[in-house]
Design a protein around this ligand. Structure first.
Ligand code: SAM
Length: 286
């Protein structure tokens, strides 16, 4: 059955893949042009609230747990004892909330370039910001590239690059030079994880380039973990991990299995399964 969409739909068009994703919206809740990007929030009929940056879907109430859990827990269960964590981007604070679930984490610094994103998250996605007042959390609003440049050498256990796509303000976060600087501030045994776009659309481009960049930056191991994400291009997304003298193809399976943290997607089994790449990805990545 063919049906045309009317004005009540938000649509993100993926020009490069001649496809699109739509959600039926009931109301526009926010429309702000910050110095960095165009931020919109909509109420939708079936996905709760929807955040959009520069026309690209960032998150919805309904399915953000997939992304936020997979950006946080694989890296934290790969590091042997994560205490100091840095999040670059992540202004909606969903990843921060997941990191703070780990009782061993002593300090998390989040650096997002755009305070408007965090303000909007507080108003329209309050569940994601519920841990912001945790005494271990420090929220800064600055360019992540500059912050990393100025950070102390070998001072961080886990870095989470929870950025927008590699265009506009986030472009520098995908460059090998930035990854080298991340390597410098990680302690030995440190782990970095970066959102790395769609396995279906980007295995032979962004994901492959990022993995090469991580290796060139000095990381000794790399692993890409795919996971479902219905509202992102192709409905499928990925997180790429790299280790500084740490094997990111292994993790603390017993700790993850025994964990009583509140997860909706992450499990030790899901982590182990995500480490086994489908053959088409292996072919494109090698
Ligand atoms: N889940 C999202 C996705 O993959 O589409 C990412 C969500 S999070 C909202 C992305 C954040 O990265 C935004 O809040 C944006 O302001 C931030 N960001 C982009 N470039 C940045 C930079 N250079 N430094 C710090 N934060 C940056």
């Amino acid at each position: 059955m063919t049906k045309s969409l009317d004005a009540n739909w938000f649509t993100e068009v993926y020009d490069s893949h001649a496809s699109a994703f739509s959600l039926k919206v009931t109301e526009k809740l926010l429309d702000v042009r910050s110095p960095y990007q165009h931020l919109e929030v909509y109420a939708t009929e079936t996905y709760g609230n929807l955040m959009v940056l520069d026309g690209c879907v960032m998150l919805t109430d309904r399915d953000n747990f997939l992304y936020h859990e997979m950006m946080a827990h694989p890296a934290l269960f790969t590091h042997s004892d994560p205490k100091r964590v840095v999040i670059i981007g992540g202004g909606d604070c969903g990843t921060l909330r997941e990191v703070l679930k780990h009782p061993g984490v002593e300090h998390v610094t989040q650096i997002d370039i755009d305070e408007e994103v965090t303000k909007a998250a507080k108003r329209f996605f309050p569940a994601l910001t519920e841990s912001n007042d945790d005494s271990r959390a420090e929220l800064l609003f600055a360019d992540g590239v500059k912050w990393v440049d100025e950070a102390e050498e070998t001072s961080i256990d886990v870095m989470i690059i929870d950025s927008t796509d590699p265009v506009g303000p986030a472009e520098g976060l995908f460059k090998t030079d930035f990854l080298k600087r991340c390597h410098r501030i990680l302690k030995e045994g440190g782990v970095i994880v970066q959102q790395s776009e769609s396995p279906l659309y980007h295995s032979g481009s962004i994901i492959r380039d990022l993995r090469q960049g991580m290796q060139e930056a000095g990381f000794s191991s790399v692993a890409t973990l795919p996971f479902p994400q219905p509202v992102y291009p192709s409905g499928w997304w990925s997180a790429t991990l790299a280790g500084k003298e740490c094997d990111v193809t292994r993790f603390r399976e017993a700790d993850a299995s025994a964990s009583d943290l509140a997860f909706d997607y992450y499990t030790a089994d899901a982590h182990r399964g995500a480490l086994v790449l489908p053959p088409f990805m292996r072919r494109l990545l090698d």
